[in-house]
Design a protein around this ligand. Structure first.
Ligand SMILES: C[S@@+](CC[C@H](N)C(=O)[O-])C[C@H]1O[C@@H](n2cnc3c(N)ncnc32)[C@H](O)[C@@H]1O
Length: 227
């Protein structure tokens, strides 16, 4: 078959599209609160000053799950603006409910695949990017589905302002080692410590972290700086 007639290659996804059940409250949140907090991926770079109606340090979180820890961070750091990206709609609905209950003005949410969305965010737009407990894809044949890969990390580094931080955490040892190797090989990032960092006090315990801890897992934080 000539190459032009081949079907397009399916991109490798870091997630399985499992819609799960949206509760009535989550559905209502998506219906009524999306206009306040939701951001639909645009073709051109997002203007963050317009989005948040002010200039402030910006923090991006990828794969926030149910968003509980992101909502807490936004609540205790009102001087910073938070943008969350999550592909799982029930988690997005959950975060919208929390944001509304807490009356947050410094949080916006995208329901999208970060691999497609992050390229449209402004370069040097963020003081911190955080990815907490990304799916570990433990089987070797699935390692290619891990979110933390050299090309994605190079993209994240480009989205950080000089001196900004990339903060990762995992409870999966060989993913932690993989992260350390990938971040260490990125020419635009430098480790703030020798290898793994202590959990910064500003990072609340996340839902997946607590599940890992119940299973007796260790936790690894990585804190690299854009140079
Ligand atoms: C293991 S969970 C961790 C959730 C949360 N950070 C926590 O610690 O509780 C990983 C999350 O990343 C999301 N995710 C995976 N790949 C993603 C992608 N490419 N774009 C956006 N979200 C993604 C999944 O839907 C899932 O909610």
């Amino acid at each position: 078959m000539p190459a032009a007639n081949l079907p397009p290659l399916r991109p490798i996804r870091s997630f399985v599209r499992r819609e799960g059940r949206l509760t009535d409250a989550q559905q209502r949140a998506l219906d009524t609160l999306w206009t306040r907090y939701g951001v639909t991926a645009a073709a051109s770079p997002l203007d963050l000053d317009t989005l948040f109606a002010r200039a402030a340090p910006r923090i991006l979180e990828i794969g926030f799950g149910n968003g509980e820890s992101l909502a807490v961070m936004a609540q205790v750091q009102p001087a910073a603006d938070f943008l969350g990206i999550e592909v799982h709609r029930p988690g997005v609905g959950h975060l919208l409910l929390r944001a509304d209950a807490l009356g947050l003005n410094n949080l916006r949410v995208m329901c999208a695949d970060a691999a497609e969305t992050v390229p449209r965010l402004p370069d040097a737009g963020f003081a911190r990017i955080q990815v907490f407990f990304p799916d570990p894809w433990p089987k070797k044949r699935h390692h290619k589905r891990r979110l933390v890969q050299p090309a994605f990390v190079a993209l994240l580094a480009r989205k950080l302002e000089t001196g900004g931080y990339l903060h990762l955490a995992t409870d999966w040892e060989d993913y932690a080692e993989h992260m350390l190797a990938v971040l260490g090989a990125c020419g635009h990032l430098r480790n703030t410590t020798r290898d793994f960092a202590p959990r910064p006090s500003h990072r609340p315990f996340t839902k997946f972290e607590q599940r890992g801890q119940r299973l007796g897992h260790r936790i690894w934080d990585l804190l690299f700086q854009r140079c």
